[in-house]
Design a protein. Structure first.
Length: 291
């Protein structure tokens, strides 16, 4: 009986979504992450509604969509994926299977991917395993943002060819924005630290783009052990970092231990935020030396 009641509720929800679509001529596109929603909304303008599957403040590595989201996906005409994030590896086949008419576009096409390091705690995404050994945080780079946006543009033009000129103008504006953000970041980093610590290594592409060294606390995607913390502290002293970045999704206790030992400033970042520009500037501002 409970199962039938649940199915009934889902059917009511689906009908409600269908009726809403009937009263709203604007088609819906679903994306995986809030940063991807930012890019897509900026280029789509008022031609599409854009919704994301993984809410801000939750981990895209472990998030499971709600029944409401699974049903609501039925009204989307397309799904734009970021490429290699954990949510997509677990759910993408199921989402396509349950929505056979859904057009799926991979916005990571053309991005130069970073492989995960297998040893030490340096540079990219060491020890934190993702599909194919690929670091999935591709959006944290102005170069990649331009590539992702071009892929979004191509998808939108395929979905609505009559609006190509409109999308082109908006893509041009985004490319100008990326150039401006890149110039501002480079200016901030002219007198800055070149090394930073981070709990979850989400800034690998950022570090690569600006010649920075990222040192990750995570050990095999898990909480660091006391021994690994000691090794990390000892190995980091030579680089003389001043900042450790943490995300609100993660426990701060170990970061506080390292920060106290190395006299680091703890800086909270949110690379999963819709406010992509702000989050791109924050690391550079934190690394900049005070005059």
């Amino acid at each position: 009986m409970k199962k039938l009641f649940f199915i009934f509720i889902l059917l009511i929800t689906f009908v409600g979504c269908t009726e809403k679509r009937a009263n709203n001529d604007k088609p819906t596109i679903t994306v995986t992450l809030e940063p991807l929603r930012y890019f897509t909304s900026a280029i789509a303008g008022d031609k599409f509604d854009v919704v994301s599957m993984v809410p801000e403040g939750t981990s895209p590595e472990t998030y499971d969509p709600t029944p409401q989201q699974l049903v609501s996906l039925g009204k989307s005409i397309a799904y734009l994926r970021i490429g290699y994030i954990g949510f997509e590896q677990v759910w993408m086949d199921k989402l396509e299977e349950n929505n056979p008419k859904l057009k799926v576009f991979n916005t990571s096409e053309g991005v130069e991917l970073i492989g995960e390091e297998k040893d030490a705690h340096e540079h990219s995404h060491e020890g934190h395993n993702h599909a194919g050994g690929v670091d999935p945080h591709i959006w944290n780079s102005t170069t990649n943002a331009a590539i992702i946006s071009r892929n979004i543009y191509n998808a939108l033009c395929e979905l609505s060819p009559k609006d190509k000129e409109y999308f082109t103008a908006r893509l041009d504006s985004m490319n100008n924005l990326f150039k401006d953000v890149n110039v501002e970041i480079k200016g901030l980093l002219e007198n800055s630290d070149s090394t930073f610590l981070i709990y979850h290594p989400a800034l690998s592409y950022y570090a690569k783009e600006y010649g920075l060294k990222q040192i990750s606390m995570e050990d095999g995607g898990k909480e660091p052990t006391p021994n690994s913390l000691k090794r990390l502290i000892d190995s980091s002293k030579a680089d003389k970092p001043h900042v450790i970045f943490i995300q609100k999704e993660f426990d701060t206790r170990n970061a506080e231990i390292i920060a106290k030992e190395l006299k680091l400033n703890i800086v909270i970042i949110n690379p999963l935020s819709y406010n992509w520009v702000k989050e791109m500037l924050e690391p550079a501002k934190a690394l900049k030396h005070n005059e």
